[in-house]
Design a protein around this ligand. Sequence first.
Ligand code: HPA
Ligand code: ZN
Length: 377
Amino acid sequence: MRLKLHFSRLGFCLLPLFVVLACQPAPTHVEQGATSMAQFIAGMPKAELHLHLEGTLSPQTIVTITKRNGIDYFRSVEEVKKSLADRKPGLMGFLGHHNKSRDVLQTQQDFYDATFNLLKNLKDNNIIYSEIFFDPQPFTNRGIAFDDIINGIDTGRRDGEKTYGITAELIMSINRELSVDSAFAMLDLAYAHRGKILGLGLDSGPEYGNPPIKFKAVYQRAKEQGYHLTGHHDVDVRDSLKHIWQSLDQVALERIDHGLMAVDDPALIKELVRRGICLTGSPVKRATDPRMQDVDRIIYLDAQGVCVSLNSDDPAEFETGYLTNMMVVFQEESGYSRADMVRLMRNAFTASWLPEAEKQNYLIALENYLRTHESGH
Ligand code: HPA
Ligand code: ZN
């Protein structure tokens, strides 16, 4: 559906700062109306809702931090790249490397640097609004103070927001393989910082045996404390559909991360549409994958009217990298038009936890972008 525009382009760009950012045209070397699809995607104002701070550490950043912290693995970029290349398939294979590189982060400065670097990458991808996951428990379990983690991340994103003129919110995530007591302890540690954190998530693995219902009471308390609620339902996980139903009916999650196994359950698809619950899809590709993952599932769900968005998840750990590149690959594999790509991006803004008025402004900015860049190849 197209929004009616009530602003001239100039008048529109005189709206508040966040809208000014959103209405920036594609890079200046690109001729209006003659942009290639890749340029169109690059210049599109974007939101990203499924992005793990710990999955954004580049091989070079990892090596810089291991040297600084005197860590005896990942001493060279080649070593990090080999570990990435040697991963086993599936979620647990992915987590093997992810957790090892996550563990190089130790000090407040490390968390600051990781976050500030990430915001630079977001800016380069025209991501004007993001909600970023971070997982405190593996760090606090190793004796790192919660305050060091959150203060490093919060200061890094505030400085990044000022430097790059973008907005970055935070989602604190439960490690699902850990105990309910541990999740409650994390919530207690976060209490004094809850103004800095927008939502509570659920990630890591294995997912089978650690369903969303396990954390129902934690989610309930988090909701009482003002957090938004989301949770991971990775693809190709046993009982994924059961977990998604649990999250809708018993845990009252507002959003489903991944959730693409819904393609296999027509009743679930209907329910997602009826309730307007959005899925944060992550159609990534590893170097060893013959094709990008999940393209067909996303096309199917989109055609059924499910609100599904595109997200990069762990851009340093997948060949598809950050959002612009990932969207370009998705467009090539799906054959989606410009309007289709904008519809998926509308879904990201719709699914975001932005205040309603800001959300509407961003959505208008996106429609304006499509209107002014509609032609081309
Ligand atoms: N799923 C589960 N845990 C994760 C993910 C994911 O996609 N990314 C980082 N930790
Ligand atoms: Zn994820």
